[in-house]
Design a protein around this ligand. Structure first.
Ligand SMILES: C[S@@+](CC[C@H](N)C(=O)[O-])C[C@H]1O[C@@H](n2cnc3c(N)ncnc32)[C@H](O)[C@@H]1O
Length: 400
């Protein structure tokens, strides 16, 4: 048992180390950032942007912001990279010609120091500020975002933008929030339910970016990792597009920068209209009510009734459409944060094969009391009552 737990932990750590080296495509940065510009063309004007946890020599973040430096009206662009020796996933890395042919090149520092790239003005007198004007040097340390020198850069910056290491997402977000900066950061979709993240969503200190959460964000990976990726499931672990291998992970953008979609109220039908016309609700004669929380179950975002004033449990994908002027977020049923009004004693789970097992998981989410078990493949029995559990839900209420 202990051995298999240790093996699972090692496998998990190895997977996280690989995800730490997923690199963002230019088009995904462009799509997200352009939505901020569309909403407010001056959002970056006169600002200093820090791109930490980057690899500036080949990073699309650095390329994108350097190319748009003048158009966005930036004051300063800073990007920092993490030393190759400090990375958890080791590759057959060689310094680029850009580094080795530069007078600053230092064979010892090259592997163990992070690098800093800055862009402020036209250094090569080309008449414009662009990627060729980037200045670089080695950092004192390895470029760890938690170091004093990168933290000082965070404090100097107005906006932090990156795809940080997957394995340090919670720590990275705490670091960003501590700096009280504007940010746009890529993270795993599951992070929505983290106890460190959800309260920020609820308080409107962080929201989902413009890019839809149902869209696949695909990442490039080091060559060595490609070989390993293609031994996994095509479609879920990786995709091949135009002959190129891309890693897939359920990633989304988290930001506190405004974008237009966030202020478009959903067009909704009344409860009666939904029950009559919404095809997705065809089996319902009324909205179900949770047994362990005072809210109705709304299984689809487009089935949110426009005329219901109480609390409603809606799918997590609702956050894509969340307009703070229209709804208030009350909580989440994944961990409840102490919100459930009932704790069930021992429950019996009956699965689709009729197999019975003693569980406690009915307490982990919204439970609905059912009269007839024949429509459900898995249900729970507590005493003489039968229940089903829904997926994790966001609890919302119409803004009064
Ligand atoms: C997910 S990758 C993304 C790289 C780049 N931002 C992009 O999107 O293309 C995260 C990067 O952070 C680096 N990294 C890992 N741990 C770090 C740390 N503690 N501090 C700074 N960077 C770190 C990884 O080596 C990797 O280069």
């Amino acid at each position: 048992m202990l051995l298999s737990m240790a093996k699972n932990a090692n496998l998990g750590a190895a997977k996280n180390a690989k995800n730490d080296e997923f690199y963002t495509q230019y088009v995904d940065i462009q799509k997200e950032v352009n939505a901020y510009i569309e909403y407010n063309p001056d959002v970056f004007r006169g600002k200093t942007i820090l791109l930490p946890c980057d690899d500036p020599e080949w990073s699309n973040f650095t390329k994108f912001f350097a190319q748009n430096f003048e158009f966005f009206g930036l004051k300063k662009l800073i990007s920092t990279s993490y030393a190759i020796e400090s990375k958890k996933y080791q590759t057959d890395w060689q310094p680029t010609l850009f580094e080795t042919e530069n007078p600053l090149y230092n064979v010892e520092k090259s592997r163990i120091k992070g690098k800093i790239f800055t862009l402020t003005h036209d250094t090569n007198n080309s008449g414009r500020i662009d990627i060729d004007d980037l200045q670089w040097s080695y950092l004192e340390g390895d470029g760890d975002f938690r170091s004093a020198e990168v933290t000082a850069l965070r404090d100097e910056a107005d906006i932090i933008i990156t795809n940080p290491p997957f394995s340090l997402f919670r720590e990275f977000m705490a670091w960003v929030m501590e700096g009280k900066k504007k940010f746009a950061v890529i993270g795993n979709k599951n992070s929505i339910t983290y106890k460190e993240i959800f309260p920020l969503i609820k308080e409107n200190k962080l929201w989902i970016g413009y890019t839809s959460t149902s869209l696949d964000i695909l990442f490039t990976v080091p060559k060595e990792m490609e070989k390993d990726l293609i031994t996994q499931n095509q479609g879920s672990a990786y995709k091949i597009i135009d002959g190129h291998i891309f890693a897939r992970s359920a990633s989304i953008w988290f930001t506190n920068i405004e974008h237009g979609r966030r202020h478009q109220p959903l067009q909704l039908m009344t409860m009666a209209e939904n029950l009559k016309f919404n095809k997705k609700l065809k089996d319902l004669t009324e909205y179900q009510h949770y047994d362990n929380y005072n809210a109705i179950e709304v299984p689809f975002t487009d089935a949110i009734p426009s005329d219901y004033d109480g609390e409603m449990g809606v799918p997590i994908s609702f956050l894509d459409k969340y307009c703070p002027e229209q709804f208030e977020i009350i909580g989440i049923t994944k961990t409840w944060f102490g919100g459930a009004c009932k704790i069930y004693p021992e429950q019996k789970q009956i699965d689709k094969n009729g197999k019975e097992s003693k569980v406690s998981k009915l307490n982990d989410g919204p439970a609905i009391l059912i009269k007839d078990t024949s429509n459900y493949s898995t249900y729970y029995q507590v005493g003489n009552n039968y229940y089903i559990q829904t997926y994790a839900r966001i609890l919302i209420r119409k803004k009064q």
